[in-house]
Write a protein that binds this ligand. Sequence first.
Ligand code: PHE
Length: 457
Amino acid sequence: MAVRGGFSSKLGFVAAAAGSAVGLGNIWQFPYVAGQNGGAAFLLVYVGWIFLIGLPIMIGEIAVGRNTAANPYGAYNKLGGKSWALVGLFGIICGVMILSFYNVVAGWAFGYFVHLSFGGLLKETDFAGYFYNYTADYSDNLIYSIAFMIITAFIVYRGVQKGIEGTSKILMPTLFGILILIIIYGLTLPNAMDGVSFYLLPDFSLINGATIYSALGQAFFSLSLGMGALITYGSYISKSDNIVNSATLVTVADTMVAFLAGLMIFPLVFSQGQSPSEGPGLVFIALLGVFQTMPPLVAKLVGGGFFLLLCFAALTSTISLLEVPVAFLVDEKKWSRKKAVAVMASLIFIIGLPSMLSYGASDLFTNFTFYEGKTKNFMDIVQDVFFVVSLPLGGFLLSVFIARHWKTKNMSDEIAQGYSSYRGSLLEKYFNTMITVICPIVLGIMFVLTLLQKFFG
Ligand code: PHE
């Protein structure tokens, strides 16, 4: 095999994998999905899924990736043959579909950054109206999402080490910093505490089927699990890395950012008398009203800084999403990296166009279908099908694959290479039980229930 790129250090892998995990899923999506599903009740269920199911699945994915040094299709193919390889292929398709809508939202963030920093966005009076007009008029979004895809493509083209690692290392800590700053400011505003209680004091009566499966889908999405992104990144790490430590670090960092994003948004939402169940516009609407209360120059700095960092967080995720199909084409179809990047980025951009037209620009895609008691647009469907349902399914298949086919003994051997005391430890027993018993059963049941609730409820 041609020499594959690799991460230069352990920190490089953790930074890149955390970069993949932390993104729009944490800052844009987590608060609005939590807001629609009961706030604190959702947070509780979410954190449970993350550590109970997410962490073992993440360790499994990284182990499979490092063992095979291949893309998801190649990895399943090497260890399990042609029929298992279809699971890898399915993951790659999910990644393609996820990137198609993700890039549209990244384009919104990019557009907001430019209009806030260099235009008159902060002079608006109705930010909800602005958001709806902005997303309905796709002309601007077209430009920014093309730009976003080109930047992603360029970094992926430059390759794993140069392109991916460097970007993540500096930006993650900066993102943390700006979140904390806005949280502190938000907590000083009137009625902020109502937001804090909505977010931190669970009302258990709000936990229902929808909370549970939305939280599971959100957990998989946020940790970048279930579609092979971490098989791909795992294929680039060295044998001396401690997979358990790295995965734990990534999981904790990702959860912290989602948690902080909620702690930032809800006080702002309540202090401005908005509704926490606003939906996809939540971050774009709630934050602007607050930036507006700051002196103009400070507002441009903090507001511009926020949206710029949101773009960077999104970028380290789009990179990992594009890397998956590219690695597949380079490894399996022997395409040049350049051709794979160019073809895939263009294709995914085109697949994303209906999502871009889902917010009012086209009636067809805006009122695409109806289920779960509400009208759904095209982007909602892509999200429902390709992550709420498919990512936990991908996790289910991975756990069954390890349990029945690859065997936990091989997983342990792989992990032990960078973690000498792993064999025979309590931790090994714990993760093996999770992968062979708990994950398959729980995720299998959840898959059926989610399908029933969502589409046949
Ligand atoms: N985890 C990313 C986010 O939270 C999205 C993502 C999903 C990236 C799946 C890669 C794979 O924004």
